[in-house]
Structure formats: C-alpha cells, structure tokens
Design a protein around this ligand. Structure first.
Ligand SMILES: [Zn+2]
Length: 94
C-alpha cells in the first residue's frame, strides 16, 4: 500500500523519505551496485540510521498503483442491486 507516515517502533517520520530512497536505489543500481549494497547506501543517504526505520522502507511493497486499477471511477455510475426503497426498509428494521 502506501508507505506508513511514521515508523511503527520509534515514531520517526519516514513517509517523505520513500521517493528519495527509491531514486537513490535506482541510481546505485544503475551504477553497478548489488541490490543489497544499493539499498543500504540509499538508506544511509536518506538518513535512516535505526534498523526499525530501515526495515520500514526495506520491507515495504508498493502496491497502490495496482490497487488503483480497482478503484471506483467517479465518471462511472455506481451500480447497486439494492433500490433506495429497499435500503430504507433495512434501516427501519435495524
Ligand atoms: Zn524507527
């Protein structure tokens, strides 16, 4: 999903470091570093020293772009199988 705004353990704000981190990783990878070295150097560059904060970026899987494919498109009509009368009846029952 989205990168958490704060580290779960120490509460340091890390949300703004995701994009610089990714840019650094691709930069180091293109310069011939291994995956592990590139990520380590990138974490050092964005200023994440504690391992609790480093794991937040290392273990993050960014799937928001894939999830957005399934988001409701506001230009489309929302198709509901329940008519307004039926939903009012349900409200009265509850
Ligand atoms: Zn932390």
């Amino acid at each position: 999903m989205l990168i958490p705004v704060r580290c779960f353990t120490c509460n340091k704000v890390i949300g703004q470091k995701w994009n610089p981190y990714n840019d650094k990783v691709t930069e180091y990878l293109s310069s011939g570093d291994t995956e592990m070295n590139a990520r380590g150097k990138a974490l050092d560059d964005v200023g994440l020293v504690r391992y609790c904060c480093r794991r937040m970026l290392l273990s993050h899987v960014n799937i928001i772009d894939q999830l957005l494919q399934y988001a409701n498109n506001p230009s489309e009509k929302i198709v509901s199988s329940i008519t307004p009368e039926e939903s009012e009846q349900e409200d009265e029952e509850n």
